[in-house]
Design a protein around this ligand. Structure first.
Ligand SMILES: C=C(O[C@H]1C=CC=C(C(=O)O)[C@@H]1O)C(=O)O
Length: 342
């Protein structure tokens, strides 16, 4: 498996790179930066890696760097380890959720997505874990990003931020979570939570784009979870281009809330930790005139000798704080289920 040997070598050489596999594809893409400088994004065509709020907006430009592709062969599942987190965050997270619910009930905003970082004091085998991630989540956008001055992240996200081809664009309204089963039935809270997201995106773009089409919400699976998703598409206009759309969408109501500015404000004042690149976005920007970006969910960061898993959930006026805590526990299993010990 050539690409995995190459990844191992790049990690040893401390070279910036990203390896990614698009949803439902069996092609790996590897982009290796030739220097180890931090390149800040200023509209260059490349693979972008953007933070949720503050932090370096990174790009590995396609021009001047090495891009290669190849077919993935069958990957054998590597034995996993179930690591436990040493700190118990249940009470603190439930208090945070309760504060979110009461602020919504006071009419300050409609929805906020609250999150936490689960720290595992363990060392993982990076390449083997990434192999498990690729083979376990075929419908997700899967990636491993490394920059010696930024860190190492990997994830398997179910959320497309936007796909743009010439002037055609597609995005999704994603929300609502439960454990996946054959006959998923959605409660009013989740249906409403997802409808909020669709309505918000439509309001943001409807007067600016042409031929807007919005699908009904469908159940989609993401690992062990099910979500509700609507597909939204349309055409960009001369006055509303790719960057305007990206700015309008990020951070999406699936990772931030609505209205956006009030939800960000609440998150920054109350979450009590830095999301860094979790709930940011990443992917191809302007590659052969196409842009294909994803929201950085179901991800982990390897930092010194610990693994940080980032998880969040959408809070509305009807949220129950304990249920939301367990929802984040379930979401953390996407990453926990594939970890290989060093
Ligand atoms: C914020 C996360 O998930 C979002 C995406 C889908 C469903 C979500 C929910 O039901 O809360 C979240 O909005 C996360 O995985 O950390």
């Amino acid at each position: 498996m050539q690409v995995f040997e190459e990844i191992q070598a790049l990690l040893l050489q401390h070279k910036p790179f990203v390896c990614y596999v698009k949803p439902n594809e069996a092609v790996w893409n590897l982009l290796v930066q030739q220097t180890d400088e931090i390149i800040e994004f200023s509209n260059q065509a490349g693979f972008v890696f953007m933070p949720f709020h503050e932090g370096k907006q990174l790009v590995i430009p396609f021009e001047g760097n090495n891009f290669s592709q190849g077919n993935l062969e069958n990957l054998e599942k590597k034995p996993t380890e179930s690591f436990t987190s040493e700190s118990n965050q249940k009470e603190a997270f439930e208090n945070l959720v309760s504060k979110g619910v009461s602020t919504i009930q006071q009419g300050k905003f409609d929805k906020v997505v609250l999150s936490r970082k689960i720290v595992l004091k363990e060392q993982i085998a990076i390449v083997e874990t990434f192999q498990n991630l690729i083979s376990t989540y075929p419908t997700a956008f899967r990636y491993l990003f490394f920059h010696p001055k930024i860190g190492l992240w990997m994830g398997a996200t179910p959320e497309q931020l936007v796909k743009i081809n010439q002037n055609q664009f597609e995005t999704v309204a994603l929300a609502g979570t439960q454990l996946y089963s054959e006959n998923v039935i959605w409660a009013t809270k989740e249906i409403e939570e997802q409808q909020f997201v669709t309505d918000y995106i439509v309001t943001k773009v409807k007067d600016k784009v042409n031929n807007l089409i919005v699908s009904d919400a469908k159940t989609v699976s993401a690992g062990n979870l099910a979500h509700l998703k609507s597909f939204i598409s349309g055409e960009l206009t001369a006055d509303f281009q790719a960057n305007d759309l990206i700015k309008a969408l990020h951070p999406t109501p699936a990772v931030c809330g609505l209205p956006k500015e009030k939800a960000i404000d609440f998150i920054l004042k109350n979450e009590g930790y830095n999301r860094k690149y979790y709930a940011g976005f990443l992917g191809e920007y302007n590659k052969d005139n196409q842009t294909d970006l994803f929201v950085n969910l179901r991800c982990l960061e390897v930092e010194n000798d610990v693994v940080n898993i980032y998880v969040g959930c959408g809070i509305t006026k009807d949220s129950n704080s304990e249920k939301e805590f367990f929802e984040t526990e379930n979401k953390s299993m996407t990453m926990r289920n594939i970890l290989v010990s060093k």
